[in-house]
Design a protein around this ligand. Structure first.
Ligand SMILES: [Zn+2]
Length: 182
């Protein structure tokens, strides 16, 4: 990163300025009402804060997450049509059946495409810029994941990559990344 401030710091600063403005408007008007910067329309700024954390059920694909801890990379295969799905699916979209089995995926493949993420969503803004790619594994399955490489000049479409199971820091949870092997 060349700039001294991270994206998170810049966003936090802009938000603080906005909320300082809301506070000053509230002092003069008695209510948290501010003009929209573009249209001048009156906006109400809610005074309560909501913390949003997604909690989603992974019950039907829990084996996938348990397998990561054993350094295994698995997914679901439809017993009916033989199709392999990634990310794992509890139901086969083409057979409309739930007759799936777990299979281990090949850990090597080819890089199909990649992109550098430098404008990050706020919840990702504490990370350095990162590169996301899509690889086609030898099983024919496509996997989208972060690439363990900071320099996009070292990547090229068609290069060999492997899947590594890694700990994403600073949160410290297991996930998978694409690693160039050339
Ligand atoms: Zn099927």
């Amino acid at each position: 990163m060349s700039s001294e401030k991270t994206q998170k710091e810049m966003t936090d600063e802009a938000m603080k300025q906005f909320y300082d403005f809301v506070e000053s408007m509230k002092k003069s008007l008695g209510v948290p009402m501010v003009p929209d910067m573009k249209t001048g329309d009156a906006l109400w700024v809610d005074q309560r804060e909501i913390t949003l954390k997604f909690i989603i059920s992974v019950n039907k694909i829990r084996d996938f997450f348990n397998a990561l801890a054993d350094n295994k990379f698995i997914t679901t295969k439809c017993k009916g049509c033989g199709e392999i799905y990634f990310p794992p699916q509890s139901d086969c979209p083409s057979c409309k059946a739930s007759d799936m089995e777990w299979v281990e995926l090949s850990r090597e493949g080819t890089l199909l495409t990649y992109t550098v993420i430098n404008v990050k969503p706020y919840s990702f803004s504490h990370y350095d810029d990162y590169i996301v790619g899509i690889a086609r594994l030898e099983d024919g399955v496509n996997v989208t994941a972060w690439i363990r490489e900071k320099d996009p000049n070292k990547l090229k479409v068609g290069m060999k990559v492997r899947i590594d199971i890694v700990k994403r820091e600073p949160e410290g949870y297991l996930t998978y990344e694409l690693v160039p092997i050339e």
